[in-house]
Design a protein around this ligand. Structure first.
Ligand SMILES: Cc1ncc(COP(=O)(O)O)c(C=O)c1O
Length: 397
């Protein structure tokens, strides 16, 4: 049966990923295996201590029962302990932390707590799509804040018209930032939180990559700037290679956490007990995180040195698993990505424009970029780098 899809679904724009996907399929048909930096799903195995804890927890929860919507008490306490240890911030697990089924679920559903039709949500661009999609599904509209190299990929809040700010309920931030790899300082968080408080706008930072940082100092959390009016979304996916386990949390402003819980009680029935227990084990161990960051750093440097070696700017990210490479002067990201998937090179990246929405001035901040996600192995990355070097003249022509 073919029913017309809802207006909401029909209104969504999809990007022409087919152009690159077709080329990748052609390569495979010719027996050429591309090195795929296109999809940001880490292939590192989940640490053994986490998998072992999950096996034991399965038996511990032999009689299942629905888990609490807000997350089990031990899980929320483990989150509070981790936030205290990592950021020095004291949170009440009863009222200031709630579990999510991965941060995508939380980010997408959160606007339902506050956004009415006609309300505005301030969204960065380029950015992780659920900030926009969650806003649209809640009936709100997005005002885009372009992340530009000249502003260190931070939003320019002075450029937001006061009339827009007055209608805004939420400001989404994402530092460390995907896809630009940019970082923020505690001072930036303090200034932004103050800006939000003055205007009655919740400042929400997606902190999925807070642990994947190549800086000497650990990356700050928005919660270090203050709890009132601030919220962080955290994820176990990248920190502990648990993308398939679907667990994260949101923490901060009491009213926002409680409002979000109210939304969630109508949508889902919590994260499985044994996954929460496994996440507790992951949060209590830092060694696996250090080892993973070391590997990402090697891949980041291999790629950065290769691009610099062929004459492109040094776009080495300060954090995250993403690499936002500026393409040759006068070329656009799509052209560069298409040249990279030609048979002699066979390297897959995502054209920046496909993951960026146009800014209020009409320009697309991703136009001159290609995103590479550092998910292939070190050996695969070396192969990709060798092919890029060998084909430099064709890529840059
Ligand atoms: C910026 C950002 N936030 C959140 C997520 C989603 O994390 P989770 O797996 O917890 O849903 C991703 C996943 O790629 C991401 O890139």
């Amino acid at each position: 049966m073919r029913l017309p899809r809802s207006n909401r679904l029909q209104a969504l724009e999809s990007y022409p990923f087919a152009v690159i996907n077709e080329k990748v399929a052609e390569l495979r048909a010719r027996g050429i295996e591309p090195v795929d930096f296109g999809v940001g799903d880490p292939r590192t195995p989940t640490p053994e201590i986490v998998r072992e804890e999950c096996k034991t927890a399965l038996d511990r929860h032999a009689t299942s029962g629905y888990p609490p919507y807000k997350g089990s008490q031990p899980y929320r306490e483990a989150v509070a302990a981790w936030v205290k240890r990592r950021f020095g911030v004291e949170l009440d697990p009863e009222t200031q932390i709630t579990s999510t089924i991965g941060s995508k679920e939380g980010i997408f559903n959160f606007p339902l707590a506050y956004v009415n039709p006609g309300d505005v949500v301030l969204c960065p661009t380029p950015a992780y799509p659920p900030y926009v999609r969650g806003t649209q599904f809640a009936g709100g509209s997005c005002y885009f804040l372009p992340l530009l190299a000249e502003n260190d990929f931070l939003p320019d809040l002075d450029a937001v018209p006061e009339a827009v700010a007055r209608k805004a309920k939420i400001l989404w931030l994402n530092y460390p930032n995907s896809p630009t790899g940019a970082v923020a300082t505690l001072d930036f968080f303090k200034r932004t939180l103050e800006w939000g408080r003055e205007r009655g706008i919740l400042v929400v930072n997606d902190e999925a990559y807070s642990e994947i940082s190549f800086q000497d100092e650990p990356h700050p959390s928005i919660l270090q700037a203050g709890i009132e009016g601030a919220l962080s979304f955290q994820s176990m996916s990248k920190r502990s290679a648990m993308t398939g386990w679907r667990i994260g949390w949101t923490a901060g402003d009491t009213d926002a956490v409680l409002a979000f819980r109210e939304v969630k009680t109508n949508i889902d029935s919590g994260t499985p007990w044994f996954i929460q227990d496994a996440a507790i084990a992951a949060l209590q161990d830092d060694a696996h995180v250090k080892a993973m960051v070391k590997e990402y750093r090697i891949k980041r440097d291999l790629l950065a040195d290769t691009f610099v070696g062929i004459g492109l700017p040094d776009c080495r990210p300060a954090a995250t698993i993403h690499f936002w490479q500026r393409v040759p002067e006068g070329m656009d990201g799509l052209t560069f990505a298409q040249r990279l998937v030609e048979p002699g090179v066979a390297v897959v990246g995502t054209p920046g424009a496909w993951i960026s929405d146009p800014a209020p001035d009409g320009g697309n901040p991703g136009h001159s970029y290609v995103r590479f996600s550092l998910v292939p192995t070190i050996e695969e990355t070396q192969t990709a780098c060798a092919r890029i070097k060998a084909n430099a003249s064709k890529l840059l022509a």
